[in-house]
Design a protein. Structure first.
Length: 299
């Protein structure tokens, strides 16, 4: 049983496509709090961080909505650090993936923190390499100390996490210059090719082993890692993702390992969804991470 604190970050400033700002509401409507309480956890919903809408925010050519995203992520980092300092398990609801600049930076204030980044995209662009200037394609680079200096500084000089403490899993869409940055970064990468070739269980267990030296691991879970035929309501869908059972297996193995200490759930877009099905999947996967089993067997 854990003390779980939920914080919504309804931000869609990091991308072009609107709708992910409604993600926190959709996930709450899908009974996230109830599902976690049924598992025996004490759950508190802290509401949402205030986020401006794009129509009232100034643009920036190389990094769109930079100033507004910076302000929001600074507030999020403060709230995340407060939750971790209380000994609670934080669950952050996005919003686009740029929220993780704040969530991970705040969680990492408790000490050296690893990151398991589960995503169809690498999110390792900088303003110089990004084809779009959308910051939701930059957060992992920022967190490892690359990118716009004001964003990097949220986590302190040099970034919030060490590249060797980061594992990227499920990726299948990487920009050309982003690939070059990633290859020289020290981040461990497991693409869908590895999952297809060796199986999800083997790859996930290897990712867990890669992070086993750390006392704290933040799981940043982008719903677009799931195949869009299963999870259509996401910000940037890419065909060929994890299956329903592979995603549950990921969460179940992470629960068994007991390494995850904080969680992001991002990029749920109700506008593109069917009867809130993708948000319902998000709740299912979170429940598997937090202890829901098919059957409890003594070990």
């Amino acid at each position: 049983m854990r003390d779980v604190e939920i914080l919504g970050v309804p931000m869609d400033l990091g991308q072009d496509r609107r709708g992910v700002d409604m993600g926190p509401s959709a996930i709450r409507y899908a009974r996230l709090r109830g599902a976690l309480r049924e598992l025996g956890h004490r759950v508190t919903d802290l509401g949402n961080v205030e986020v401006p809408i794009p129509e009232v925010v100034e643009e920036d050519e190389r990094a769109r909505h930079l100033s507004a995203i910076l302000e929001v992520c600074e507030r999020v980092a403060k709230r995340a650090a407060e939750t971790v300092s209380r000994g609670a398990f934080p669950v952050f609801l996005g919003g686009d993936h740029s929220i993780s600049i704040g969530t991970v930076s705040g969680a990492a204030e408790a000490g050296r923190t690893g990151v398991l980044w589960v995503d169809a995209h690498a999110d390792f662009n900088t303003p110089e390499t990004s084809p779009s200037g959308n910051i939701h394609g930059m957060p992992l680079a920022v967190l490892t100390g690359r990118g716009h200096p004001e964003l990097v500084s949220i986590g302190g000089e040099g970034g919030s996490v060490r590249p060797e403490d980061v594992v990227l899993l499920g990726v299948r869409s990487i920009d050309r210059e982003e690939r070059d940055l990633l290859l020289g970064s020290g981040v461990r990468v497991y693409t869908m090719k590895e999952i297809d070739a060796y199986g999800a269980a083997r790859v996930v267990r290897q990712a867990i082993s890669d992070l086993a030296h750390l006392e704290r691991v933040h799981l940043s879970f982008d719903l677009d890692v799931i195949d869009p035929e299963i999870a259509p309501g996401v910000g940037t869908p890419v065909r060929g993702g994890l299956t329903y059972r592979e995603a549950h297996l990921l969460m179940e193995l992470l629960n068994e390992a007991g390494i995850v200490t904080s969680l992001d759930i991002v990029e749920v877009n109700p506008i593109l969804d069917v009867r809130n099905g993708t948000a319902a999947l998000a709740v299912e996967f979170a429940a598997s991470l937090m202890g829901r089993h098919i059957i409890s067997v003594p070990r």
